[in-house]
Write a protein that binds this ligand. Structure first.
Ligand code: CTP
Ligand code: MG
Length: 219
């Protein structure tokens, strides 16, 4: 089974506000993109890695990932960047899409996702139960309680049958889904879950970065 991984790392990291692309920001002395790629490779099942980087930071990105990983320029949003990565992958049975910002995702999650695709599921997402009580705000500012039963927070890496993911991206149009499973679901394909891991959280804010830093120093 040949597994290719696309690592979207072309975001600017506005909410983190570090003044450089988030994927190049260090967590305990190691760039997030380096940690994300190393985590994929540590699974022992990934054959090919494509890192999608901001066009003006290709060389900086190449300098911090293994030479076996290819670095290609991304697009104006995540959907566009993943599409750029997909164009660069060769022949594969499974494609994983893994945010550089989820840089501490354990290798066992990578293996579980890829295995579920290998077992015949066309779209697989790692997910964990939502711990907070959740409300939805409407346009008038009223807040309505949402039943938390069954609510899941979805992580990456997400795994796909490459042909299905390609079709989903071709059909995406104006769909600016925040993940690839959202695009796949929009073309009618079934999405299944495997257990995620709290360590696969996304570094979005300065607080997340502080937490990632502390966690990385522990392990
Ligand atoms: N991403 C990408 N190309 C973009 C935008 C985002 O490859 N044009 C990637 C980011 O690099 C990140 C992942 O998608 O690894 C998840 O996006 P997010 O956490 O929103 O990162 P940023 O867009 O960089 O952050 P922000 O939204 O705060 O600017
Ligand atoms: Mg973003």
């Amino acid at each position: 089974m040949r597994v290719a991984a696309v690592v979207p790392a072309a975001g600017s990291g506005e909410r983190l506000g570090a003044g450089l692309p988030k994927a190049l920001v260090e967590v305990a002395g190691v760039a997030m993109v380096t940690r994300a790629v190393d985590g994929l490779l540590a699974s022992g099942i990934v054959d090919d890695v494509i890192v999608v980087a901001p066009a003006e930071h290709l060389e900086a990105m190449r300098a911090v990932v293994p030479t076996t990983a290819r670095v290609v320029p991304g697009g104006h949003d995540r959907v566009a960047s993943v599409a750029c990565g997909l164009q660069a992958i060769g022949c594969a049975d499974v494609v994983l899409v893994h945010d550089a910002a989820r840089c501490l995702c354990p290798p066992e999650v990578v293996r579980a996702v890829a295995k579920a695709v290998g077992d015949g599921h066309v779209a697989v997402v790692p997910a964990i139960p939502v711990a907070d009580t959740v409300r939805r705000a409407d346009a008038e500012g009223r807040v309505v309680l949402v039943d938390r039963t069954g609510l899941l927070a979805v992580q990456t890496p997400q795994g796909f049958d490459p042909a299905v993911l390609r079709r989903a991206h071709e059909a995406a149009g104006d769909n600016r889904a925040t993940d690839d499973a959202g695009l796949v679901e929009a073309i009618g394909a079934e999405v299944v879950t495997v257990p995620g891991d709290p360590r696969a959280f996304k570094v979005t804010s300065p607080l997340d970065l502080a937490m990632a830093d502390a966690l990385a120093r522990l392990t």
